[in-house]
Design a protein around this ligand. Structure first.
Ligand code: ADP
Ligand code: ZN
Ligand code: ZN
Length: 731
């Protein structure tokens, strides 16, 4: 009898590949195990997705599996199903989706279960040794003292950042040694949960939320809408207590920027259980160890960023997403999966509750909560005793600006700085395309065919509507007042920080953005310095908006608000509302009252007014209504096709042919091809096409049908093209 396996490989081809199973391996073949197989000239590791007794390929074409790597499926069935579902939903190959789901070390062939652990301990000689001999070698002394207290695994040792030379020196003295130890899973936390810290007495709103959530059995999705500082984390902790007491594990997902040591320690402090932390800064081996602890059930709490969503749990209990609106839950490069949407699907598949928490929920989640698909709980008052923030608008129409700063803002800054406080300035250029704005009268140039604003494409010398594709040459004069002071570009963080250093030579300036924090640990260092008061003026992007607590910041200024409000991106107002609300939460968090000032050419703008006077909740509900009118997500569903090529015509022609392959009627709309808001990048022309449908199912069906034909287009090879389902930004 011959046996064949279908294997999903980490390649873009949306198909499974067949391999023969050797005689000796017949009993090892099963769905879900990893195999090493020949692929072209290389060897790849893939996952078995099916078995069959026959194969369509000619006998001389079929190759054999080199080795089977596992005795049982790597992923639990629920996660295997989740990746299958996700591959279909995001129109990628199962192999590509599995690559997202599995830690790198496993993709390279590491063992799923650790049999042995390397442990460092003190030898008998070391126990007897005279520590005073190490007076001149403080690093060795510190390490020896640490090991005298307890044995440490290699990972734990790395985490302590002990010097390698000291380790070697102690080994040479014969005082410490590394041994291999068999690992037995320690599941004692399931026998009886102990608390390390007494919880706060919950306030009535928190208590109601916890009681409602504790009633739930099986799958349920809930939105916990609570203003900044209203005690959402305290609610998570109370829920965890219930879940852990039942011997079940909890998965907590937080935004990239939110996973600070403070967040982790808050969870570690409450419960005497092991917490596995998973984020992009781990080495492959550290990541694998954390994954193993979750899979074996040893780690009761798993806390991590986006990709931690795929961590298996032996005793699944609950999934919590904090700051669910955060854009970092959507992967931007490669496969654009959204961890929030997959978390909800995972909850279904594992029959466990999913809790989404935010002060500024995304419109997607809000819609589900308002329609009753999700349970909706809210926390309305601040748990602590912080005062309400004073808000103000500075009208900068026709005002002289110094590097983007108005007199009004500069004066207010001086007052706060001279009083010994810190000032925070936000510049949010990232992710927003420039609109065409008149500096004299504030007029924004709007498309004459629809409701959207024009985006300036300096390099093309044109303005374009990204809603309908309408385009003109960049006008010389304002359509409303005739002024020639038209603005299409703002200042950058670097330029602003330099200007501030000159303006306020006595007050040190720190800049926080992607560039200044790319080095590992740089953000932490900057934040610590800010806390110590070493900096007085903080300039930054949205990185500064989240979760951080700056007690001495009393003034927050937002520049370039117009860019955010009138971007080509339909999500821009929503993002701005979230940013504004989160930023306002940074001012006056402690005893000092806070002020938030906005600079704008649009002081009568209804979006701004609504946001400032009614708050995010009502603002967001209004936005949701507008999206419905405009047939935009979350009311409708969107797939964005991006293509880039050295010749603009290639990208345009390719997308035009794609458009021909897709249906267009009352329920399916096609917009484009047109230049992306950022129309050129690295010498390539970037074009895009939007496919929008009334229902999710329609999008799935129509695109699945067209995809093989799209892939077969000859032009598909002349462009680099990609798909983005439920795109978060259109750039
Ligand atoms: P959020 O997650 O909504 O921003 P937190 O849970 O971090 O809010 O709570 C904000 C602050 O209020 C924290 O310092 C927390 O310890 C405190 N806090 C939360 N709930 C209570 C409570 N019921 N009683 C007293 N203090 C509380
Ligand atoms: Zn004007
Ligand atoms: Zn238009």
């Amino acid at each position: 009898m011959s046996l064949f396996v279908e294997v999903a490989l980490p390649v873009p081809m949306r198909q499974a590949f067949s391999y023969r199973v050797k005689e000796a391996d017949l009993d090892k073949a099963q769905v879900g195990v990893r195999v090493r197989v020949p692929f072209g000239r290389q060897q790849l590791i893939g996952l078995v997705t099916g078995l069959s007794q026959s194969c369509d390929l000619a006998p001389n074409q079929i190759k054999s599996v080199i080795t089977f790597l596992d005795h049982e499926g790597v992923l639990p069935p629920s996660l295997y199903k989740l990746t299958q579902w996700a591959a279909r939903y995001y129109f990628c190959s199962l192999g590509q989706m599995l690559s997202q789901a599995l830690p790198v070390a496993l993709r390279k062939g590491a063992e799923v279960e650790a049999q042995q652990l390397q442990v460092w301990r003190v030898t008998a000689a070391g126990q007897e040794a005279d520590i005073d001999l190490l007076k001149r070698a403080p690093a060795q002394r510190k390490l020896l003292l640490a090991l005298l207290e307890t044995e440490l695994s290699q990972d734990e040792l790395n985490a302590l950042e002990q010097s390698k030379t000291a380790l070697k020196a102690l080994v040479e003295r014969g005082w410490i040694e590394c041994i291999e130890r068999r690992i037995e899973s320690n599941l004692s936390w399931r026998d009886g949960l102990e608390l390390d810290e007494t919880p706060h007495q919950l306030n009535p709103e928190q208590a109601i939320a916890v009681a409602m959530l504790n009633q739930q059995q099986g799958y349920h999705c809930t939105l916990l809408e609570g203003i900044t500082g209203s005690g959402k984390t305290e609610v998570y902790l109370a829920l965890l207590e219930t879940v852990l007491k039942q011997g079940k594990q909890a998965l907590i997902l937080v935004p990239e920027i939110g996973l600070t040591p403070q967040t982790i320690s808050r969870f570690k402090r409450r419960f005497k259980v092991q917490v596995a932390v998973i984020h992009s800064g781990l080495t492959d081996n550290q990541r694998l160890s954390a994954w193993r602890l979750a899979r074996s059930g040893e780690a009761a709490i798993i806390i991590g960023t986006r990709s931690a969503l795929f961590t298996p749990m032996r005793y699944p209990g609950i999934i919590i997403l904090d700051e669910e609106h955060d854009a970092s839950f959507k992967q931007q490069e490669g496969i654009g999966y959204h961890a929030r949407d997959l978390a909800v699907m995972r909850g279904h598949l594992e029959s466990i509750p999913v809790l989404l928490g935010s002060a500024t929920p995304s419109l997607e989640t809000l819609q589900n909560a308002l329609s009753g698909r999700y349970q909706h709980l809210s926390l309305g008052s601040r748990a602590g005793a912080a005062e309400k923030v004073r808000q103000g608008i500075i009208d900068i129409r026709n005002q002289p600006l110094k590097n983007g700063l108005s007199h009004g803002l500069l004066n207010e800054m001086r007052i706060h700085l001279d009083a010994g406080n810190q000032v925070l300035l936000f510049l949010n250029r990232r992710g927003f395309a420039p609109a065409l704005l008149c500096h004299e009268c504030g007029h924004l140039h709007e498309c004459d065919r629809c409701d959207a604003f024009f985006t300036v494409h300096q390099s093309l010398g044109e303005i374009r509507c990204h809603h309908c594709g309408n385009q003109y040459a960049i006008p010389r004069q304002c359509h409303q007042c005739g002024s020639t002071m038209l603005m299409g570009q703002g200042v950058g963080t670097e330029q602003l920080a330099d200007a501030l250093a000159k303006e306020f030579p006595n007050y040190p300036v720190v800049r926080i953005d992607r560039d200044t924090t790319s080095r590992k640990g740089a953000l932490e260092t900057h934040l610590n310095a800010i806390h110590k008061g070493e900096y007085k003026i903080l300039v930054g992007t949205q990185m500064l908006a989240k979760g951080h607590h700056f007690p001495d910041v009393t003034l927050v200024g937002l520049l370039d608000v117009d860019g955010a409000l009138f971007s080509a991106d339909f999500r821009a107002p929503e993002r701005f509302g979230q940013l504004y609300t989160q930023v306002s939460g940074r001012a006056g968090r402690a005893r000092k009252p806070g002020t938030v000032l906005l600079q704008t050419h649009q002081c009568d703008n209804p979006i701004l007014r609504e946001l400032m006077h009614k708050g995010y909740g009502e603002f967001a509900r209004g936005q949701l209504e507008e999206r419905k009118q405009a047939l935009l997500p979350p009311a409708w569903h969107m797939l964005l096709l991006r293509a880039e090529a050295h010749k603009a015509e290639d990208a345009d022609a390719f997308l035009a042919q794609v458009a021909q392959l897709l249906p267009q009627d009352e329920q399916c709309e096609i917009i484009g091809p047109m230049p992306a808001p950022m129309d050129r990048k690295a010498g390539k022309f970037r074009r895009q096409l939007m496919f929008q449908t009334k229902t999710r199912g329609l999008l799935q069906q129509a695109f699945e049908q067209a995809l093989p034909q799209i892939e077969a287009l000859p032009l598909a090879k002349r462009c680099r093209w990609s798909l983005d389902r439920d795109p978060q930004d259109l750039l």
